[in-house]
Write a protein that binds this ligand. Structure first.
Ligand code: HEM
Length: 397
């Protein structure tokens, strides 16, 4: 039997990464491991090395490259169908990403901020009207990012549930390749219709602007616009949703931190960076395959070898975050790697930050007595998905 660690490793505590990461970081920051089918991969756990390799364009993000590392057959099949810049290298990556950057600048996000605040206020009004106990995941965690992404794409709000269900199915480790392919097909079919509608009658939304600026000049095909819409749904939905629910739980589990935020809601921006660091909810997306020989930490990574740049480990590196296992919303955690690093660093990070800051500043101010409605041991965690999170979060006040 092989003695190599096999990804994904189990967590001993749901709020912390597997303990093996810290052990590797201290003793073997560039280590070997294996994945579901026995393929060998490299695990990088030290902050410096993770950052260096993510910024190194000798590594490819293209899943069809031989040796590209995968976590499960199903998620691998979904990645192979990816036709967007998330899974492209330069120069193609930059060519396509540039078409979306102006939609996610600080300025563009600031313009959206009053609408997002209204949405949050409305959702919390509904929670208060309904009364406790309730599940925070559908009430706020999932509801807000769904509303925001449908607003951005100009999609009908009533399509939330369908979009959410199909987007989740694509990234479940236990799904078969047939299941993830079917989920991708459903989402593409849905967007196909939406994009066709907007081609006939453009509105004030991202898809329409892509159609008018790039579709009509021939710079983007109909199919490419469909795939970009699919990427935005997948990337912007479950991620922010998980951060809202799991972030709330982390604060409820650390009452001193919750009290500090209630006492000073202007701490929300620091709190969000710290929660992003502490939770690092996208643990495995930063995986690549080497296209050249690369020396790191006394090891040589050879072309065609797969590498997991483990951001959850890097974000707990004591050399960069003293007492890394402590949630401290007053620390300056802005240099965390929860949004990745390098050319693929999260395009939607300013939007995610704005949504999260507004949620945490508002939620704990309006419901300062918010608490878990069940013992922590009864909270069910979603550990079978590319996005880590909770399945439900029963709260009361
Ligand atoms: C890329 C995390 C929210 C759009 C990424 C990557 C990470 C990440 C780690 C890099 C993946 C890689 O290197 O392979 C997160 C987290 C979020 C979040 C933790 C919420 C808290 C969003 C939102 C949007 C978005 C709201 C847009 C609506 C994207 C896109 C990419 C990306 C388009 C691909 C960038 C590229 O390849 O150039 N995200 N994300 N994300 N994210 Fe996010």
């Amino acid at each position: 039997m092989s003695a190599l660690p096999r990804l994904p490793l189990d967590r001993e505590c749901p709020m912390h990464p597997p303990k093996t990461y810290a052990r590797l970081q201290a003793n073997e920051p560039v280590a070997r491991a294996e994945v579901y089918n026995g393929d060998k991969v490299w695990l990088i756990t030290k902050y410096e090395y993770v950052k260096a390799l993510l910024g190194d364009e000798r590594f490819s993000a293209v899943p069809s490259m031989p040796g590209y590392p995968q976590l499960s057959a199903g998620v691998g099949a979904a990645a192979l169908e990816e036709r967007t810049f998330l899974r492209m290298d330069n120069p193609d990556h930059d060519h396509y990403r540039k078409m979306l950057t102006r939609e996610f600048t600080v300025k563009a996000v600031q313009r959206l901020s009053p609408r997002v605040q209204q949405m949050i206020d409305g959702l919390i009004d509904d929670m208060l009207t309904k009364g406790p106990p309730l599940d925070l995941v559908p009430a706020l965690g999932l509801a807000l990012p769904s509303m925001v992404i449908t607003l951005l794409l100009g999609a009908p709000e009533e399509d939330h549930a369908f979009v959410q269900d199909r987007a989740s199915a694509r990234i479940n480790f236990n799904a078969t390749p047939e299941q993830t392919r079917a989920a991708t097909r459903d989402l593409l079919g849905y967007l196909e219709k939406l994009v066709t509608e907007k081609e006939n009658e453009p509105g004030d939304d991202i898809l329409s602007r892509l159609i008018v600026t790039y579709g009509r000049t021939g710079a983007l095909s109909h199919e490419e616009i469909v795939h970009m819409g699919r990427l935005l749904i997948s990337a912007g939905h479950e991620t922010t949703s998980s951060m809202i629910s799991l972030g709330t739980l982390a604060l409820l589990e650390n009452p001193g931190q919750q009290a500090a935020l209630v006492g000073d809601p202007s701490l929300a921006d620091r709190a969000v960076e710290e929660l992003l660091r502490y939770l690092t909810i996208i643990p495995f997306s930063t995986r690549r395959v080497a296209t050249a020989e690369v020396e790191i930490g006394g090891h040589t990574i050879r072309p065609g070898e797969g590498v997991f740049m483990l951001t959850p480990a890097a974000n707990r590196d004591p050399e960069h975050f003293p007492e890394p296992d402590r949630l401290d919303i007053t620390r300056d955690a802005r240099h965390h790697l929860a949004f990745g690093y390098g050319v693929h660093q999260c395009l939607g990070q300013q939007l995610a930050r704005m949504e999260l800051q507004a949620v945490f500043a508002t939620l704990f101010t309006r419901i300062p007595t918010l608490r878990l409605a069940v013992p922590m041991a009864e909270v069910s965690f979603r550990d079978d998905s590319v996005t880590y999170g909770v399945r439900a979060l029963p709260v009361t006040w």
